[in-house]
Design a protein around this ligand. Structure first.
Ligand SMILES: [Fe+2]
Length: 430
């Protein structure tokens, strides 16, 4: 890996557009430069962090109180209201405050169950389980001989959902929560999605799962070390933290991401999945820290004096960004699970937010989802769409994922002539 190390000019932080060869040295260098820049504002790093901590602590207290009153922490909006334009300002305010959402009845339940059955036919008809070679990466564990995560991207069910009118309608509403135009730049197009292809999870009744620890997905050391992110997080790095806005897309949609097994080449406003089975809230489901501003806490915490100079609170390249009891106990107090969902509901969370999957033993019922995020058209997603197009046409695994390529010879995968206008636009074919 070649390293591009750029020396700081007057206003630049040192930055590395590819992972630095000497990580500890680069961490020391960038931390000291960010500290100096914050201190140039007239406040210490500790003072600036205290502002963030107070803001986040207020939200944590509010979430704990809501939980104690027995209220749902996750906002819920009916798809019918999104379709008819009758979502209330209060509901939108809750979405922005919590950064997450359940869309009830996003698809008719029968439709979602039919998609689930269609996926079973698709993989069984193509002898997927007989040919399964084990997990292509170690990001998700698998239980027993059948995988939980199917590295399948091009089933009719997935593509029908991705290019559906209903999906586009919800994605537009979610994207519209972001400021996508500023300084004369349109950072992304809120009404055109890039159809980011991802996998399927089907977790059977009786499954035991360790779940997934609390983490976030927008990047790793690149969040501090690349110029794009330094610009995106400019208010965190120059002492003007009061102006930091987690919904500001400026400078977020061009930059590269350091490569790694858990990377996502696309810019996603929200991560999401669509439920293909009913799932109760206590059956190993998704949790988030529903505080979009917690990102400011995650980004500034490593700059405090109690963290070793060459440590970013455990963040390193090629591993998922951890949120830990050691460094982020306040944030983890707010970890809140989704309510019960039914097949056809969808679940969304702001791309920067901490999330986890709870462990479960002897799961009751299925736990089936299609991962479909909101990845609006922008420079970065247009670039990735070129490789997605190729993967789609040849039935290969998309380049963000292990090269497992199961579907290349499967005759009933979704065909190019089945694309509608949304599908063609999303793949950049029009
Ligand atoms: Fe994740």
């Amino acid at each position: 890996m070649t390293t591009t190390h750029v020396t700081p000019a007057d206003t630049d932080l040192p930055h590395w557009e590819t992972p630095p060869d000497d990580l500890p040295a680069a961490i020391r260098e960038v931390k000291s430069a960010i500290r100096a820049r914050i201190e140039a504002s007239g406040r210490t790093v500790a003072e600036v962090f205290a502002v963030v901590e107070a803001r986040v602590a207020e939200r944590v207290a509010e979430i704990r109180a809501a939980r104690e009153r027995g209220e749902d922490v996750w906002p819920v909006i009916d798809y019918a209201d999104i379709e008819q334009g009758t979502v209330t300002p209060e509901q939108l305010e809750a979405l922005r405050r919590r950064g997450c959402l359940v869309v009830r009845g996003h698809f008719p339940r029968e439709q979602a169950l039919a998609w689930d059955a269609g996926i079973v036919d698709y993989v069984e008809g193509n002898a997927f389980f007989e040919n399964y070679r084990g997990p292509g990466d170690d990001f998700f564990g698998s239980v027993g001989s059948k995988p939980e995560i199917y590295p399948v991207y091009w089933s009719p069910a997935q593509m029908e959902a991705r290019q559906s009118e209903r999906m586009a309608t919800v994605q537009s509403l979610l994207n519209a929560q972001w400021t996508h135009e500023s300084d004369g730049v349109q950072w992304f197009d809120p009404d055109r999605d890039s159809l980011y292809p991802d996998r399927i999870r089907r977790r059977p009744p009786g499954a035991d799962s360790n779940g997934l620890g609390a983490h976030c997905d927008p990047g790793t050391l690149d969040l501090w070390m690349t110029q794009g992110y330094q610009q995106a997080f400019r208010h965190l790095f120059d002492g003007s933290v009061e102006q930091y806005d987690p919904w500001d897309a400026a400078h977020r949609t061009s930059g590269p991401q350091y490569p790694g097994t858990t990377m996502c080449s696309a810019f996603r406003t929200f991560q999401g999945w669509t439920a293909l089975s009913d799932m109760d809230h206590d059956q190993g489901v998704l949790h988030t820290v529903p505080i979009p501003e917690a990102m400011a806490y995650l980004m500034l915490r490593p700059l405090l004096d109690d963290v070793p100079d060459d440590d970013m609170c455990g963040v390193t390249t090629n591993q998922v960004f951890p949120a830990s009891e050691r460094w982020h106990p306040l944030l983890l107090e707010a970890l809140s699970g989704i309510p019960d969902v039914r097949a056809g509901d969808s679940v969304w969370w702001h791309c920067d937010m901490i999330h986890s999957v709870a462990p479960v033993t002897d799961q009751q019922g299925w736990g089936n989802v299609m991962y479909i995020p909101a990845a609006p058209w922008c420079e970065r997603n247009e670039r990735y769409a070129a490789s997605v197009r190729e993967a789609f046409l040849s039935g290969s695994s998309p380049s963000d994922f292990p090269e497992e390529d199961y579907e290349r010879s499967w005759p009933d995968r979704f065909a190019p002539e089945q694309l509608n206008d949304t599908g063609r636009r999303g793949l950049g074919l029009d």
